[in-house]
Design a binder for this molecule. Sequence first.
Ligand SMILES: [Zn+2]
Length: 384
Amino acid sequence: MVMKGSHQIFPTSVVGSLPRPEWLMDGISKFERGELAEEQLKQYYDEAVILAIKQQEMTGVDEVSDGEQRRFSFLAFVAERIPSFKMIPASELMNEDAARYAEKMNLPVSIISNPVIVGPIKRTAPLVADEVKFAMKHTQKPVMAPIIGPFTLLINSWNKAKSSRYYKTPEDAFLDLTRLLREEVLALRDAGASFVQLDEPAIGNFVDFRYTKWLLALNGWKVNDVKELHRVSAELINMTVKGVTGIKVGVHICRGNWPADEEHLSHGGYENMIEEIIDLKVDRLVLEYATKRAGTYDVFKEHPWHGEIGLGVIDVKNPQVESQEEIVDRVEEASKVFGSETITLNPDCGFASGRPWPVVTRQIAYRKLSAQTEAAKILRRKHN
Ligand SMILES: [Zn+2]
């Protein structure tokens, strides 16, 4: 699908989430304490989405999202919509093994909740198609739709103690789980989304398998060798998009999005997962690349990617706003490997993957998106 009203090179986009305004956070707390009616909270959510859209428009970004304002997190929202999943705090699922891994990574376990499979997986309601429909009513710009990717969902949601009654092994859930997501992708196409992005930070975790091992321990998923998961991740994504036409689909890979100090975050380039990346039957890869922890573009010289690239040019975890020149340099360097025609400029990740853990303030997030727009203008002048 071509972006409405613009065929220019170096389009700009977002990866999804934006920090929630304080008044929304206060409203949610009040609702949870029983001091605010559900109808009033819904009004707050609607207003927060409209504000997120208008603020994105003011930055000049070409394609907007609804800022994921309604979701608890990029992952847990599944349980807020589909009763086959239940949001369970990670602290309730913890065991000795998992605690050991969590400690090594300085993981904020107390604020993590996973959507755990607690019944046969069925799409009984839209996951995000209704969010997109609402957003489209409030903007003329194309609206992209981030949804959870199948591998990240499965490794977080199949829990031996809670899910094996319905799916004895994670493999037994492959078909139902990918059907759920495929049905959502088709609903998003029908709703008019410009792009569907499958969020797969669990693939980014393959750089060192630390987070992967934590999840396997937490959920009692036994594998002989963690490297088997490389194949599983590509298989699940390709099952999800099989037969899907009429909508552009991409996969977003990053190394997690906690407001942790750099030393506790995962380091490593895409060479750690390049085989399955090249196998993906999707239109666009949305890759973290502004952070130095993501390595260099070199791996794609030896393993050329056939499709588009959503190039991470904004380091979402660094409060310092990038200069236009810095962003231009990043894109020029990447163009030598990917070609200038394939690149969309976007941040490395969302600015607030979870409601409780924005990585920068709203003000900084929007200033960064403005810098991205200005950089795209310079690039278009240079390349046209
Ligand atoms: Zn991300």
